[in-house]
Design a protein around this ligand. Sequence first.
Ligand SMILES: C=CC1=C(C)c2cc3[nH]c(cc4nc(cc5[nH]c(cc1n2)c(C)c5CCC(=O)O)C(CCC(=O)O)=C4C)c(C)c3C=C
Ligand code: FE2
Ligand code: FE2
Length: 310
Amino acid sequence: MQENKKALVLLNMGGARNKAELKMFLTNMFNDKNIITVKSSLLRKVIATFIVSSRLDSAWQNYEKIGNESPINKLTEKLIQKANKKIEDFTTYQIMRYTPPFAKDVINQMKKDGIKEVLLLPLYPQYSTTTTKSSFEDFMYFAKGNFKVQIIETFYRNEIFNECILDEIISKTPNPSEYNLIFSAHGLPQKIVDAGDPYEIQMNEHVKILSDKLREKGINFKSINLAYQSKVGPLKWLDPSLEEMLKNFKDQNVIIYPIAFIVDNSETDFELDIEYREIAHELGIKDYKVCKCVNDSDGFIEAIKDIIKN
Ligand SMILES: C=CC1=C(C)c2cc3[nH]c(cc4nc(cc5[nH]c(cc1n2)c(C)c5CCC(=O)O)C(CCC(=O)O)=C4C)c(C)c3C=C
Ligand SMILES: [Fe+2]
Ligand SMILES: [Fe+2]
């Protein structure tokens, strides 16, 4: 690896490579104080143990349908390799929050590599305490003042990034007036939003930016909507849910864009492409398309260059 002094660190959630890692993912996630916001870490541990034991087997069945692993790790690896070839002045690393590579180990490697300055780029276009803040705190805890650190908190307004999203949507729908476009975002418990998390506000703004850009290009979908997927547990989450939204489109065509994600993962490959596809079929939707995330596309590498400049 090059001996650059500056690191670009891409932060993401991680994903299971096997059943043991799914247990690790769920255990780490539900012990995260930004996800389960109860004050007592002991109570959180009890809740985590309960959720993991009740969820593990059924959740694993979903991963069995997508080749026994989340695609997030291999796709992120490709993104890192491409970034290291194409983005000058930085060595690019990845850190995952709930499965390896963990902050502690990557930070040790960065110290060995002589890194002095770090630019953190969470792979979440919109800020949430559950994702951006959680990953930032994780990094800072293990960095222990060893580096000069900067973070990019959001990039949903970046024009090059938004062009990548639109390219994917447009290339999948030669006849947009016959399709309903749904931006599908990962959901969040309502109480996290009520406590001040800006995710929903930023999500609405992001959908408006993309909708305006489509109109400016003269591309008119039958309708454009935002819905939330992936609800877990009994609490109220952001609405409308994707399932409720799909009910509006019996006998019509739908195209979904996964707006909260940068790299395809189990929520896109299983939940959107398999589970909601079945629901759409049962609801009498005619054609149901799911867009790919920007992943390691050349366009997204250009977007990263633009996001990190200055
Ligand atoms: C209280 C639970 C959860 C919150 C809050 C939450 C927020 C959140 N998550 C993502 C992105 C991803 N989540 C993924 C999987 C996943 N998420 C939860 C729960 C919460 N997420 C669970 C239990 C799981 C595991 C799968 C399942 O059992 O349903 C993933 C996929 C990882 C993979 O395996 O590929 C991503 C990515 C965001 C962006 C977000 C808040 C904005
Ligand atoms: Fe999630
Ligand atoms: Fe899910």
